[in-house]
Write a protein that binds this ligand. Structure first.
Ligand code: NAD
Ligand code: FES
Length: 277
């Protein structure tokens, strides 16, 4: 069992969890993910790492309650059954600092996608690469970890769909204004956002890395659940990703696959909600 030190609501449906997992964080790098299980019979949930403290052995995660399993996770109090990781590959820029030292980098974070963006920007700052961040949310109240991301970002630009904070519009509106300032872009958030960022950056020939979070089961390349089409070939997000060259992703397939189990997910969510009434 893994000791849970914190599992608190941040806003309408996002939670922050802090777990004691020294062996997991020992080798963790920005861009990687873990799979967590609330109980022995729970579904396995893949979550991109938000933060870690190697000295204290603490793993920080931010997740949204979107279905039965994340609802169950939000009810965890003192301990949980499983934390497997770190899984997947580190972010390309963080892993190849010298190659990117002179590059102008922009991160585009959509909603809760700011969680995996944070450790990357922090790591790059610590290694001498200044990074700008464009951070979008539907409304002002939905921004997460604003103080933390502002501490590590060089410039930060906000956008809200309803215009309640920063530029009114999507992250792509802000990116288009500044796009000529950058040599490389990393976009993490809803799949439709990553698709639209890539459609834009392709026009400007701006290299773009995206982090895919498809349905996963085993997380070790065995089941095929996380398959994505990249450059016309099948890749598994859990072992070949989760980050890929965004200009090579078939986003239409990714968007379709996301919705395969929507009906079943709603049924299961209702059952789980009834357990907690
Ligand atoms: P959201 O739907 O509230 O969108 C957040 C922002 O993304 C919007 O404010 C907008 O700026 C941008 N966006 C949304 N739709 C867009 C469009 N059509 N074109 C351009 N920009 C658009 O996001 P949310 O509810 O916080 O959900 C976050 C999503 O991020 C979830 O789908 C989650 O699965 C995903 N996520 C991905 C990762 C990863 O590692 N890839 C990690 C965490 C979360
Ligand atoms: Fe099974 Fe990736 S989750 S192959």
């Amino acid at each position: 069992m893994y000791k849970v030190l914190k599992n608190e609501k941040l806003n309408e449906n996002s939670f922050e969890m802090v777990v004691e997992a020294p062996l997991v964080v020992k080798k963790a790098m920005p861009g990687q993910f873990v799979i967590v299980m609330a109980k022995p019979d729970s579904e396995r949930i893949p979550l991109t790492i938000y933060d870690y403290d190697k000295e204290k052995g603490l793993l920080h995660l931010i997740y949204q309650v979107v279905g039965a399993s994340t609802l169950e996770l939000s009810k965890v109090k003192k301990e949980m059954f499983g934390v497997v990781g770190p899984l997947g590959n580190p972010n390309e820029i963080c892993e190849n600092i010298d190659k990117f030292k002179s590059k102008k980098v922009v991160y585009v974070a959509g909603g809760v996608g700011v969680a995996p963006v944070y450790p990357q920007v922090k790591y790059l700052k610590e290694h001498g690469i200044k990074v700008d961040v464009i951070y979008g949310a539907r409304s002002k109240d939905l921004f997460l970890i604003q103080d933390k991301i502002e501490t590590v970002a060089n410039n930060i630009y906000y956008a809200t769909d309803d215009g309640s904070f920063g530029t009114k519009g999507f992250v792509t509106t802000v990116l288009e204004e500044h796009i000529k300032d950058y040599d490389i872009c990393v976009a993490i958030g809803p799949v439709i956002m990553m698709k639209n960022v890539c459609d834009l950056t392709q026009k400007y020939n701006l290299k773009t890395i995206v982090s895919m979070n498809p349905i996963m089961v085993d997380g070790s390349g065995m089941c095929g659940a996380c398959r994505c089409e990249v450059d016309g070939k099948t890749k598994f997000a859990c072992i070949h990703g989760p980050e890929f060259d965004g200009h090579k992703i078939n986003f239409d397939i990714a968007l379709n696959r996301m919705n395969i189990y929507k009906e079943e997910e709603q049924v299961k969510l209702k059952e789980m909600e009834a357990n907690y009434e």
